[in-house]
Ligand binder design. Structure first.
Ligand code: NAD
Length: 484
């Protein structure tokens, strides 16, 4: 067991750990509802200082002008530092977010993987030369934007920071990261890893503050050159509005109501294991969660029974007691999120859906909701269209391939989608028509850091992960020379 987490966590401003000008924020343990630690809280002035330090770092050229292989090594070193402290970080992450310890370890390893992948990509960002005929030399290069602002959600606090910070640094940007209020502590380990890796002063600041003050101040700051935001649609709209006012680009990774289509020839045991990961991993607080299961009517009853049995078998309780992979799930992140999800369950019943597993909060301290499966859901119900962001699966039935795709496409979102069938022709036809940024065939969450990820529709725009994400952080410059 790692040591008890410290009682007070400072912000990281341009290479130094500092108090917050807005005071301190209480961080609670979602498994008990009790105080876990305090976090320094930044105000708009702290954000201002971090942006100024990032700007100075960029202008100095200390990061921008490094040979890319050197920047890549630095970025990889951040990940290596995190990996060396996996147990310690995972414990804090579990205590502040509620997720099982084994899931927290996966998140730490996932965060480290971003630094490894983008560290390796640093020296692959090349330019090209365009022939303009005799007497000209023309080349196009990719330059870092300068100051990258990154606003992070609470569901994967360190993995989401790693997802933006790694490619931004690898391409030579100075970064200001605003961490989430509910579980900011584990980001302190990323700050320590940045310091240990010898990243130049000012190149990275990691600050917690409220969305309304520090988040809004960062998003609208005239000193930033681009923004990456992951979170809700509502906040995404205000970020995009702030970005438009400053005429800077933004990447929005927003919510989802993603669906898996299950055909008659799907392997049911395999499907059940995918549903277990798809909707109950991180207690369903995953933007790309498998929120809807659209099942062929011929196998509907069999699938509902198997999925409900799996959901009922999950033991729900404190993440810190759940150290190894198994049939278990932790708390939701906060009372508010849990009560919102439970209220959506009650509303679903009011609309005529039937809970065949779960649907209730646990009668104990902490923010627990049972693993829940709703049957008899129709596409017009709120539970089929609105994101719960909790461990709640809706099952719908279909008769034809066209109907299945139409139901899957029938929400405002379009983050990911899935098809379960042995018939690859049918799967590829569906993949072509599904309105989603990523389509999984026979494995939910297939792919990895290497595969581009992002939304259609209200799920946002721009892509994170993969080589695509590198282009979020560079701008194109063409140099056209007439030879004397
Ligand atoms: P949120 O939008 O409330 O908060 C996200 C972040 O934005 C937090 O750091 C918050 O402090 C900050 N923020 C809040 N108001 C702000 C403002 N006015 N200006 C600037 N920053 C502000 O979202 P959340 O509740 O933390 O996260 C849950 C939502 O995020 C879900 O809808 C989920 O689907 C989505 N999400 C999407 C992805 C993805 O990759 N697509 C990943 C994780 C979460």
């Amino acid at each position: 067991m790692a040591p008890e987490p410290k009682a007070y966590w400072r912000n990281f401003l341009a290479g130094t750990f500092v108090d917050g000008s807005a005071g301190r924020l209480a961080v609670d343990d979602p498994a008990t509802g009790e105080l876990l630690a305090e976090q320094a809280l930044a105000d708009a002035g702290d954000i201002d200082r971090a942006v100024a330090a990032a700007r100075a770092c960029h202008e100095s050229g200390i990061l921008r002008d490094l040979r890319p292989v050197e920047r890549g090594r630095m970025v990889r070193a951040i990940g290596e530092h995190l990996l060396q402290r996996t147990d310690e970080i995972a414990q804090v992450l579990t205590l502040e977010s509620g997720k099982p310890l084994w899931e927290a370890r996966i998140e730490v390893e996932g965060a480290a993987r971003y630094f490894e992948y983008y560290g390796n990509q640093a020296e692959t960002v090349e330019g090209r030369s365009i022939p303009l005929g005799a007497g000209y030399l023309d080349f196009t290069i990719n330059e870092p934007f300068g100051v990258s602002a990154q606003i992070i959600p609470w569901n994967y606090p360190i993995e989401m920071t790693a997802r933006s910070l790694a490619p931004a640094l690898a391409t030579g940007n100075a970064c200001v990261v605003k961490t989430p209020e509910l579980d900011p502590l584990s980001n302190g380990f990323i700050a320590e890893a940045v310091a240990a890796a010898g990243v130049p002063e000012g190149a990275v600041s990691i600050l917690c503050g409220t969305g309304a003050e520090a988040g809004a101040a960062l998003a609208s700051h005239p000193g930033i050159d681009q923004i990456v935001f992951t979170g809700s649609v509502r906040t995404g709209i205000s970020i995009a509005t702030a970005a438009a006012r400053n005429v800077v680009p933004c990447v929005l990774e927003l919510g989802g109501k993603s669906a898996a289509i299950v055909h008659r020839d799907a392997d049911i045991d395999d499907l059940v294991s995918n549903v277990r990961w798809g909707i109950f991993f991180n207690a369903g607080q995953v933007c790309s969660a498998m929120a809807r299961l659209i099942v062929h009517r011929d196998i509907h009853d069999e699938v509902v029974e198997a999925v409900a049995e799996m959901a009922r078998s999950l033991s729900v309780g404190p993440g810190i007691e759940r150290a190894t992979f198994g049939a278990n799930m932790g708390a939701m992140v906060s009372e508010r999120q849990r009560d919102r999800a439970e209220a959506m369950c009650r509303a679903a019943e009011g609309e005529g859906a039937r809970a065949v597993a779960g649907g209730r909060k646990l009668n104990r301290a902490g923010w627990f909701l049972e693993a829940t499966v709703f049957d008899g859901v129709t596409p017009d119900m709120g539970i089929a269209r609105e994101e719960v962001f909790g461990p709640v699966l809706s099952v719908l039935a279909f008769d034809s391939d066209e109907e299945a795709v139409a139901i899957a496409n029938g929400t405002d979102y379009g983050l990911v989608a899935g098809v379960f069938t042995r018939d690859l022709d049918r799967a590829t036809r569906a993949a072509a028509r599904l309105r989603a940024g990523q389509v999984f065939v026979n494995e939910w969450y297939a792919g990895g850091v290497e595969t581009p990820f992002g939304g259609y529709g209200k799920s946002g725009y721009g892509r994170e992960k993969g080589r695509e994400a590198l282009w979020n952080y560079v701008q194109t410059k063409n140099v056209a020379i007439r030879l004397p």
